[in-house]
Design a protein around this ligand. Structure first.
Ligand SMILES: [Zn+2]
Length: 114
């Protein structure tokens, strides 16, 4: 089996059988066996990336297709349509970047600047 990276979906994608798909393995980037959550920087990703990926449903074996979006090498998530992925890339800005960053600040440190 080859090397891959794992991307975690922000919201699970539902298969038509009802099975939730919450992550997938991609081979698009450096494949360092890393796991990326939405908002993570993928060092080997290009500035902008939008590509189709697919996976099998673990329950019914149906093929699930989706689109992976990156902007400024930051993994923005997986979307069920090209249009949604493109909108995520087009709508990405400093405010959204800061929001990703803020989510990473441990809770106990929140409020220390107030
Ligand atoms: Zn299924």
């Amino acid at each position: 089996m080859g090397m891959f990276d794992t991307v975690i979906f922000e919201k699970p994608i539902l298969c038509k059988c009802g099975q939730k798909i919450e992550s997938t393995q991609i081979k698009e980037f450096e494949c360092m066996m890393d796991t990326y959550h939405v908002g993570d920087m993928i060092p080997s990703a290009p500035m902008f990336a939008l590509f189709e990926e697919w996976d099998y449903c673990s329950n019914c074996k149906a093929t699930i297709e989706f689109y992976v979006a990156c902007s400024y090498s930051i993994y923005l998530g997986v979307f069920s349509s090209y249009k949604e992925a493109k909108e995520a890339i087009d709508g990405f800005n400093m405010e959204k970047l800061l929001k990703f960053y803020a989510q990473r600040v441990p809770n106990q440190n929140r409020g220390m600047f107030h």
